[in-house]
Design a protein around this ligand. Structure first.
Ligand SMILES: NC(=O)c1ccc[n+]([C@@H]2O[C@H](COP(=O)([O-])OP(=O)(O)OC[C@H]3O[C@@H](n4cnc5c(N)ncnc54)[C@H](O)[C@@H]3O)[C@@H](O)[C@H]2O)c1
Length: 432
């Protein structure tokens, strides 16, 4: 499709609603591409930092580009009136019973609808199940008197950003876009083609664009559930799953490696499948496969603690009263995001068993119980590695032996098993 004319583009104002892991990189990228950008955010601390050109999120793209392309952050919803394009990037969590919670999407749509000027384009970037644009977003805008497709335009472009990824970021990840009308689709595709160096794929129906995102993340969830189940099976069969996956990966077609671990975290994989499961349930379909996958993945933190208990039994130590050091709070390496991290379920299971818990995450120091790796090792009899941060690369058999660590559970299968065992420390990975 035709790109925006640059002189026209300079006059356009983009308002990004929600300056988190998705919205902030997007706002900075949009600014980098020459638009006027307003960032709307509720969190005053984030607003203050962003206006000082400091990123509240640990992300290389932001460290490099926020100071070069600063955006103006505010909590004043009236600023939406100035926007030609509004991008909604608010959280879409699940509640304690895994029911999708669309409250923030609803609230932000109402706020945008109330302040939207004629002719503006609104794009929902948050992850939602197929049907949310039609069943939730469209009626809200209509209830504020907007005629969709003539007065205002509504589209959905699900974000695919992978925080901490050095190759794929907001500048180059291809996108899919759906809209209610052809004009809305054209406008949104033109905008994304202008800011992103990657394919922008228009979808026939807005529901298809919504479905792409939940399919992508459910694909990861079921594949990870498969290897997590294999890990438990191979623990019983005494087969090293890491070696098997490496072996199977020599097949050049029709195999894609996924790896087991102590649990899945983040705001996407452990959450998004429930959006599809629950919406399909209302339509009379039971997603058995997705439900089973979720249950397997949710069982991994407790399984990790069971492994620790077994291995402590081997060295005649009870879990009750033992000092257990947890390495990592974040859900994945080298980021400061602890949302849905398996760390929390591991802590709960350890507490139930009466273990004494110490934790250290160099990326989330404010939630760590000790300040350094050295202190954690000194205080612990056993270790669970939850996050394979680069700072933990130095963990080896000699260091564990020096600190009198009896058992280590490698929740990410990244440590050197042979070297650790050689030093007389009991090692157990997940399926190895
Ligand atoms: N984090 C990821 O890696 C990722 C990747 C792809 C897609 N997503 C999806 O993107 C969406 C946003 O996720 P996130 O990780 O950026 O969340 P986040 O919590 O990091 O950021 C969301 C921000 O929105 C703000 N907010 C909430 N309601 C608001 C309102 N009414 N007005 C202004 N600001 C408001 C919050 O204060 C918060 O700062 C979710 O639907 C998520 O599933 C996330």
């Amino acid at each position: 499709m035709k790109k925006n004319n640059p002189s026209q583009k300079e006059k356009e104002t983009v308002c990004v609603v929600g300056l988190g892991y998705v919205g902030l990189p997007l706002a900075v990228r949009t600014k980098e591409k020459g638009y006027n950008v307003i960032g709307l955010e509720l969190d005053k601390k984030k607003i203050e930092l962003i206006n000082k050109k400091q990123s509240p999120i640990e992300e290389v793209y932001l460290y490099e580009n926020l100071p070069k392309h600063p955006i103006r952050a505010t909590d004043n919803a009236k600023e939406i009136k100035k926007a030609d394009i509004v991008l909604i990037c608010v959280p879409t969590p699940v509640d304690e019973y895994y029911n999708p919670d669309l409250t923030l999407v609803q609230k932000s749509c109402e706020m945008v609808a109330k302040n939207l000027k004629k002719g503006a384009l609104v794009v929902l970037e948050s992850t939602v199940n197929p049907g949310v644009s039609e069943e939730v977003v469209h009626p809200i805008f209509e209830s504020f008197g907007h005629k969709i497709g003539s007065d205002v335009f509504i589209a959905h472009c699900p974000e695919r950003i992978n925080p901490g990824d050095s190759k794929w970021n907001v500048t180059n990840i291809p996108r899919v876009v759906g809209a209610f009308t052809q004009k809305g689709l054209k406008k949104s595709v033109e905008f994304y083609e202008d800011i992103i160096d990657g394919e922008i794929r228009p979808m026939k129906h807005i529901r298809e664009a919504e479905a792409c995102k939940v399919v992508e993340n459910s694909f990861r969830d079921v594949n990870i559930a498969f290897v997590n189940e294999l890990a438990k099976s191979f623990d019983a069969l005494d087969i090293d799953i890491k070696d098997v996956i490496d072996g199977a990966s020599t097949k050049p077609f029709a195999f894609m490696p996924h790896y087991p671990s102590c649990g899945i975290g983040g705001h996407c994989i452990p959450v998004d499948p429930y959006y599809l499961i629950e919406r399909a349930k209302r339509a009379g379909f039971d997603h058995k496969f997705l439900r089973t996958s979720r249950a397997i993945n949710n069982s991994m933190p407790a399984y990790t603690v069971e492994l620790l208990q077994d291995k402590l039994n081997e060295v005649k130590m009870p879990l009750n009263g033992t000092n257990v050091g947890i390495l990592g709070i974040a859900y994945k390496p080298n980021v400061d995001d602890d949302r849905e991290s398996p760390y929390y379920d591991i802590v709960n299971a350890l507490e139930k068993h009466g273990a004494k818990i110490h934790s250290f995450d160099p990326h989330i120091k404010e939630k760590s119980s000790v300040k350094t790796l050295a202190t954690l090792l000194k205080k612990s009899d056993a270790i669970i590695l939850v996050t394979n941060h680069k700072e933990f690369d130095e963990i080896n058999g000699k260091l564990l032996k020096k600190n009198k660590i009896k058992v280590i559970i490698d929740g990410k299968n990244t440590l050197n098993k042979k070297d650790i065992e050689k030093n007389g420390v009991v090692y157990k990975g997940i399926g190895r």
